[in-house]
Design a protein around this ligand. Structure first.
Ligand code: C2E
Ligand code: MG
Ligand code: MG
Length: 747
């Protein structure tokens, strides 16, 4: 029976049903269970029945109450669970801000266990900055009686990061407490901050930004866009992205761009676009795509900047790096690149090419006499003339100074090289008109062929250079083809350089002395120190062969130093032993003068150490040195004079033979070059020249030494012409010191 009832009760979901219904149901149940009876028995039974009905009613009521209670408890539990587990914090504060009740979420937000929180003041979790806000807020809640809200920064006790919360409260009816909701808005705030920053960047960034929708309609642009393109936001928004199209890019360009955008979502590159005012400009454009959740294009974002100026600057830099600013011709760098290309082409086509090296003859004289401005004009004119001599496909380059190169490519017939070379020589003999001044120049041309002479680019350049020097040696104003013997000469020179590096340390040098004779008396008064190189395998090498190499490599500095010390020691010895006024002449290369280290002061010091006066040595210099003499050289020459060291001008007559130098630089001796002495004969023009030189020199207080006297006749003519000193094989060849001493002793 109970089971039936229970089932029924459970079926009725209502907690309380009215008594009648219950009674009816109880009656029905009893009726079904018992057969009928009669009389008094009936009354008692009826009463009993009533009582049982009542009992069942009570039991059922009790049952329903129990169910209701369980349900209330369950819902309370559910409520508590909801309260505790709610994604927002709930708490109850009293009017002093003490925590009365708190859900789990809020406790966690404050970083503490709920059990520890009761009666704690909420303000202890608030950052200093937020405290005044909280205090004001709390009093406001109890006055206002409506829900209020503020933002607070909380400092959780467990040192987890600060929390920004939205704090919403409403006072309870008791006026003593308020209900509070705490919503963690830290992340939202952070996002807002980021958004604000992004928007700031968007507004402030120097790069133009254009956002378009999937249909390529402009959605928005930033201020930099407006500045760059001239379109306002209103003008741009809603327009097609082709708004800026300049028409300077072809269809293929856009096809490639769109292909990249559709496949990768990204494209970047240079593009010519048009501003609102019609101006065309070059921009560096980057386009990125923003997709939606279904991977469909939502937006395209284009960022760009105007690189027109940058491009111009790059172009200028490129121009400067590859072209000579004076003549506009390709420079050394560009020449090398072109030569490389042309060599490749030549290989491909099976056609030879020729490389020409050109160097103006005596260009320095033009610079020196007419000034650098006119020199520049000449180089420009020369460039023009060279260009006129070659085909458009050939390259004329300027390597620097007065050095030019020409690449004659794709030579169908080798005759054309000769024709062009001759034409160049001819064109350059014509006078150059340089702003009112007329100048004449000539050029030396070296020619080499690819692949005939070499298939290596550096060797090819070297060949042409060597051939050019051969042309110079041949007397200038001519062309010279590269030959194998020139290469051999170059090889020898390289070996010489190598050997020269060790020569000093290995004591392979010695000094030979050649007497300088006082012609009037025949006495040996002076000697010229002439260096000799005793090469271990090649034998004696002439200074004419190795001094130029020593000069070109700078080794002359150390060698010259050694010569000076060696000669000075010898002078000291012979002054002691032979004649107290004995002098030794020492050749000093122009390269030695170029070194700005006061080396000459060390020489003076060395003479002092040896107890020698300045006049015990004479420095022999060449005219070339005086031609270029700047302050550096003049200063050194004057220092020599002040130290009592005399100066002799060597090889006079081979260079400019300018007498004005003699006066200006206080020259003591003049050495007439042996090429004059050689040709001395009665009535010969060289004799007249020698006589004139001697007369003039004497007028300037300069003594004259004649070099290269080989015959008695030459000697007599010179004596008759009044020459002071003589030097030459007639008296003696240059000899080693001990042999020289024998000459001295013999008188
Ligand atoms: P230089 O200073 O003009 O020297 C004179 C040259 O003429 C010497 O040649 C000498 O041997 C040569 N000579 C002398 N008398 C006669 C003669 O009668 N007939 C002929 N045919 N030649 C004669 P060398 O010794 O071969 O020197 C050549 C050049 O090398 C010198 O010309 C000088 O410019 C340079 N040189 C020699 N020694 C030194 C040095 O220690 N330092 C520097 N910087 N240059 C030096
Ligand atoms: Mg000399
Ligand atoms: Mg000489």
């Amino acid at each position: 029976m109970y089971d039936v009832q229970r089932e029924r009760v459970t079926k009725t979901n209502k907690p309380f049903s009215d008594a009648d219904k219950l009674r009816r149901r109880a009656n029905q149940q009893l009726a079904q269970q018992q057969p009928s009876v009669s009389g008094i028995e009936m009354d008692a039974k009826k009463l009993l029945h009533e009582l049982r009905v009542h009992q069942i009613e009570l039991e059922m009521q009790n049952e329903e109450l129990l169910i209701a209670q369980t349900e209330v408890e369950a819902s309370l539990e559910r409520y508590t669970e909801l309260y505790d587990m709610a994604p927002v914090g709930y708490l109850t504060l009293d009017c002093f801000g003490a925590i009365q009740q708190i859900n789990l979420r809020a406790a966690r937000q404050l970083g503490i266990f709920r059990s520890q929180l009761k009666q704690q003041r909420f303000s202890s979790f608030i950052s200093v900055d937020s405290l005044p806000i909280f205090n004001d807020f709390l009093s406001g809640v109890f006055v206002g009686r409506t829900a209020q809200s503020c933002e607070l920064t909380l400092l959780p006790v467990d040192r987890s990061p600060t929390l920004i919360v939205q704090f919403e409260a409403i006072a309870n009816d008791d006026d003593q407490t308020c209900r509070v909701i705490l919503i963690d808005i830290t992340e939202r705030k952070g996002n807002e901050e980021k958004l604000k920053l992004a928007s700031l960047v968007y507004q402030a960034i120097g790069e133009a930004i254009m956002v378009a929708d999937a249909d390529n309609r402009i959605v928005t642009v930033n201020p930099a866009f407006m500045e760059l393109t001239g379109y306002t936001l209103q003008e741009a928004v809603g327009q097609s992205t082709t708004l800026l199209k300049s028409g300077h890019e072809n269809e293929a360009f856009y096809q490639i761009m769109w292909h990249a955008l559709k496949t990768t979502g990204h494209w970047q590159g240079e593009i010519w676009n048009r501003r609102k005012n019609g101006e065309i400009y070059l921009e560096w454009l980057t386009i990125n795509t923003v997709y939606d959740d279904q991977s469909k294009v939502r937006h395209r974002v284009a960022t760009f900047s105007d690189i027109t100026d940058q491009k111009h600057a790059e172009q200028t830099i490129w121009q400067q790096a590859n072209f000579d600013s004076l003549t506009g011709l390709p420079n050394r760098h560009m020449f090398y690149e072109r030569l490389e290309q042309e060599m490749k082409k030549s290989r491909r086509m099976g056609l030879p090419l020729a490389l020409l090296f050109l160097d103006l003859d005596h260009f320095k004289d033009v610079n020196d006499t007419l000034g650098h401005g006119k020199g520049d004009l000449l180089l420009k004119e020369m460039a023009q003339r060279l260009l006129n001599c070659v085909r458009n496909t050939d390259t004329v380059a300027r390597l620097g100074g007065d050095e030019f190169t020409i690449i004659l490519a794709e030579l169908h017939e080798q005759d054309s090289i000769e024709r062009i070379a001759q034409d160049i020589l001819w064109q350059l003999t014509k006078p150059f008109e340089l702003a009112g001044e007329i100048a004449y120049v000539s050029v030396s041309i070296g020619i080499t062929l690819y692949p005939e002479d070499t298939d290596n680019i550096d060797a090819l350049i070297k060949n042409a250079d060597q051939a050019m020097y051969a042309a110079k040696d041949q007397g200038r104003n001519c062309r010279h083809y590269f030959t194998l013997s020139m290469q051999e000469a170059a090889l020898t020179r390289r070996r010489l350089i190598n050997d020269l590096r060790h020569a000093l340390a290995e004591r392979q040098f010695y000094l030979a002395y050649q007497p300088i004779v006082e012609l009037k008396t025949g006495f040996i008064r002076k000697a010229e120190a002439l260096i000799r190189w005793q090469h271990p395998s090649r034998g004696l090498i002439s200074p004419a062969d190795f001094i130029p190499v020593a000069e070109a490599t700078g080794m002359i500095i150390d060698i010259g130093e050694w010569v000076f010390r060696e000669a000075a020691q010898q002078a000291a010895q012979w002054r002691r032993k032979h004649h107290e006024q004995f002098q030794i002449s020492i050749n000093k290369s122009p390269v030695q003068f170029q070194k700005e280290d006061n080396g000459h002061l060390a020489w003076f010091e060395y003479l002092r150490e040896l107890g020698l006066p300045g006049e015990s040595v004479v420095i022999e210099i060449t005219e070339g040195l005086l031609m270029d003499a700047g302050a550096l050289i003049t200063g050194q020459l004057l220092a020599f004079r002040d130290a009592g060291i005399q100066v002799s001008l060597d090889d006079f007559g081979t260079g400019y033979s300018s007498l004005s130098y003699l006066k200006k630089f206080d020259i003591d001796y003049l050495k007439i070059d042996q090429s004059f002495t050689r040709n001395l004969a009665p009535n010969a023009s060289d004799l007249v020249l020698c006589e004139a030189i001697i007369v003039m020199a004497h007028k300037l207080g300069i003594k004259v030494i004649a070099e290269g006297i080989e015959t008695q006749e030459q000697c007599d003519l010179l004596i008759a012409a009044g020459c002071d000193y003589g030097q030459g094989y007639l008296f003696s060849r240059p000899v080693a010191a001990d042999e020289f001493e024998k000459l001295l002793l013999a008188g």
